[in-house]
Design a protein around this ligand. Structure first.
Ligand code: HEC
Length: 139
């Protein structure tokens, strides 16, 4: 009896069991490593977010999971967030909110903990605000 069918079956099994799941896994984000695919213009902000904000905040698009501060997907773009034309002004509002939180800090007295001011400034702060406002809640 020829061994060929076994070889072919073996190759098929490797394909199904290893290659395809690996591909699917890569296509999906790897939350542990902050590798969610974002447009090239948001990459620098994503990296800065992971380095400066990820210790305290969950944000799916950055692959960060911490609950010291609020979950930014939920806080900034809860379910029911507009899509289409309204989404643009919603993102602009979020941009301003995030930039203000970064530059001035934020302290809601009814929530334990506070967001420290001045973690980033200037272009770095704007990059992060851009990244967060474009991607929050859009995992
Ligand atoms: C030391 C932990 C810590 C770090 C680091 C941190 N935050 Fe926060 N952040 C908090 C906490 C705590 C709150 C909630 C404060 C409150 O509601 O009183 C918060 C709140 C926020 C809010 C919500 C503000 C609002 O309007 O409700 C935004 C947006 C935010 N952080 C963005 C960021 C960004 C962007 C970074 C990185 C530049 C960052 N945070 C870094 C702890 C942190």
């Amino acid at each position: 009896m020829s061994r060929k069918p076994f070889v072919i079956t073996g190759i098929l099994i490797v394909l199904l069991a290893v290659v395809i799941p690996a591909w699917v896994f890569r296509a999906d984000a790897d939350p542990e490593r902050g590798e969610t695919e974002v447009p090239a213009n948001l990459k620098a902000g994503q990296t800065r977010f992971v380095e400066n904000c990820g210790n305290c905040h969950t944000l799916y698009s950055a692959g960060t999971y911490s609950n010291f501060g609020p979950n930014l997907d939920q806080k900034l773009a809860p379910a029911g967030t507009p899509t289409g034309p309204d989404a643009k002004s919603q993102k602009e509002g979020t941009y301003a909110q995030v930039l203000s939180a970064i530059e001035k800090g934020y302290d809601d007295p009814s929530v334990p903990g506070r967001m420290p001011a001045g973690i980033l400034a200037g272009p770095g702060a704007r990059e992060v605000a851009d990244f967060v406002s474009q991607t929050a809640g859009r995992g």
